[in-house]
Design a protein around this ligand. Structure first.
Ligand code: ADP
Length: 261
């Protein structure tokens, strides 16, 4: 519990610093990019300065895309809450997910037979699904299975202790599993940390799971992972069911750091 709290506080602090830096960089990059474009446009194709300037411009574009990603991660999203059926959410997102994972990976939906209603910002939960699916795809370069499951889970007193901020009760469950490479202990311990990545520099930012973690926390929920090397990975998110009063919804600035501890 202590470790989880520390983790949440660390993420908040990192988020704030990163957000500030990214914001300033974004402004500076806009200046670099703007003037470079003006000059490039004035040069003929053959001008000896044209190519180096185009290199500068392209690097500035890449840097600006990165700062945008950082901003999206660090910004406290103001949630637009609705009552959402997780089954509808998954079905509505199915087509896009299929496109993202490609043809070599099968997408299996194991949806609960009854609606699973949560109070949530649907676009944020879609973001979670997307990030998990992209990671699953990257872990299955030779193909495999991606399974998305919805349902309910009862948290007993004993299990609730292990999940800071979640009182005992019934929760909505959203589970994303893959048959990919799986993870070793070190990765498992660190994967929700901002900027932790095992991917090459152009493929990974290490922000995907930190973002998922933040979104689920902001919804008053909990996300965990189970995995072994060579045996795939399964991410399980628990969210308060709509209207059962199990958990107040945190709307802003309250990420992580449940009271007491
Ligand atoms: P990124 O994808 O940019 O590396 P993430 O925060 O999304 O950042 O993931 C952090 C790390 O966790 C990844 O680099 C990878 O090592 C590991 N990881 C995440 N999801 C999976 C998965 N489904 N299977 C195996 N490893 C994973």
């Amino acid at each position: 519990l202590e470790a989880q709290l520390q983790q949440a506080q660390k993420m908040e602090a990192v988020g704030r610093v990163v957000g500030g830096v990214a914001h300033d960089f974004n402004n500076l990059l806009s200046i670099i990019l703007g003037y470079t474009e003006v000059v490039v446009d004035e040069l003929t194709e053959e001008h000896p300065h044209r190519e180096p300037l185009e290199e500068i411009r392209d690097a500035a574009v890449r840097a600006r895309n990165l700062t945008r990603q950082l901003l999206a991660f660090s910004r406290k999203q103001v949630l637009e809450m609705d009552v959402v059926d997780l089954n509808d959410l998954v079905r509505g997102f199915e087509k896009l997910l299929r496109r993202v994972i490609g043809e070599d990976i099968a997408l299996l939906l194991h949806l609960s037979e009854t609606p699973v209603m949560v109070e949530a910002d649907a676009s944020q939960l879609e973001q979670v699904l997307m990030n998990l699916a992209v990671n699953a795809r990257d872990a299955m370069p030779d193909g495999g299975r991606l399974t998305i499951e919805t349902g309910r889970q009862r948290l007993t007193e004993r299990h609730s202790v292990l999940k800071p901020g979640l009182p005992p009760g019934e929760y909505a469950l959203l589970r994303v599993g893959d048959t990919g490479s799986g993870m070793d202990r070190e990765t498992l311990e660190r994967l929700f940390e901002p900027f932790f990545t095992t991917k090459s520099r152009d493929k990974g930012t290490g922000l995907g799971l930190a973002t998922c973690y933040g979104i689920i926390k902001q919804h008053g929920g909990h996300i965990r992972v189970s995995s072994e090397p060579g045996r795939g990975a399964t991410f399980t998110a628990l969210l308060p069911l709509a209207g059962n009063g199990a958990q107040p919804i945190a709307t802003e600035a309250k990420q992580g750091a449940p009271a007491g501890g």
